[in-house]
Design a protein around this ligand. Sequence first.
Ligand code: ADP
Ligand code: MG
Length: 423
Amino acid sequence: MKLNLIQEAADLQDKTVIVRVDYNVPLKEQDGQMVVRNDKRIQDSVKTINFLRENNCRIILISHLGRPGGEAKPELSLAPVAKHLTEKLNLATKFSPDVVSDKNKSLIEELRPGEILLLENLRFKPGEKKNNPQLAEQLASYADIYVNEAFSTSHRAHASMVGISKHIPAYAGFHVQQEVNQLSKLLEEPETPFVMVIGGAKISDKVEAVKNLDQVASLVLVGGGVANNFLKAGGLETHKSYLEDKPADEKKEGVDYVKVAGELIEENKTEKILKDGYIPLPKILYPIDVKAAENPESDVAEIINLSTGMEDTPEDKDMMYLDLGPRTIRLYQEMILQARTIFWNGPMGVFENDEFAEGTEAIARAIAKSGAKTILGGGDTIAAIKKFELEDRYDYVSSAGGASLDFLAGKELPGLKVLTITE
Ligand code: ADP
Ligand code: MG
């Protein structure tokens, strides 16, 4: 994929540039005001903003925040983000309380070279998610050039991601380029053994990426709620464990994910041998033991062994599998320590409860220690590594969840397609 890059744009000097960023950041209340709780996504855009300032551009920033459902919701205003840019990042930023309005036009005309204006939450307008042509045209009318610096929204065909690019030249910002480069490298020629670690709640979000990465991965380690589909497919009992049966995305409804897991197990039965050549294994591994309890809030847990042929275990019938067991942790650690490349998405258990955080923490530490090239992504995965204070220990942490998985699944992302050079 060859992207139109902002640093290669001819004639940037003194232009007005509208930049679609992803400032969908967590907010919290502090002394009666909303403030930014974590600014990683804002930091991701700073390089592009500074580049445009060096070129004397006038900068208009546009973003969504949360799910206001097409109407103005004061608690989802981007005003605290303008304040954060100004006060914490030293990038003086004006704020407009409108997404589109005549007043915006005059605010933009008043901008001097290098000045920044952030517009209100795009999703206050129903047209944003519908890729409404009028909204796209109005936004485009504010600027000479469009930049996409919102990789994590690039799997969405929204007005500010797709429609807008029909009217003015469209470029990829530096962070989008970085995300694409890092993820492309994983798909092309990762140093082997390449170990993929997949967990989290919903298999429907991940299975396409697993299927595609599986082509290049040496080994796939499965944990979290996703593992339950594999256990079930492998003929094991999962009792009351969380097992996704109704995907959030209605397009995926009706798919039997236990069957999907079963097909993956079947296709990957061939024995693979890791670097040191001493352990023959199927390519997809799932837990041989789990930590289980009657509910995710429980502080009473037990270890259930899954490797012995599955006898009926009536005493476990009310159990949910909520974390990896100790033998699985040791097995996965050993595999991870042999890897040269690791991609990780999805916690290994309900890490929000300390009782079930051990698997996720052990895997997070093993990945950090592995010496492999390590790439990870996903909102909850990032929350987990923050909880364990490991966030600086990986080569690349992608801010994107859905977009990075779609990219790794080999899907065409609509927001990137419009930045692609067709030769
Ligand atoms: P990410 O945001 O990193 O892509 P997901 O959103 O897919 O990850 O999944 C994160 C959620 O999965 C966490 O809230 C965690 O509690 C939940 N989870 C992990 N393991 C299990 C399990 N065994 N049963 C139920 N939920 C689980
Ligand atoms: Mg998540």
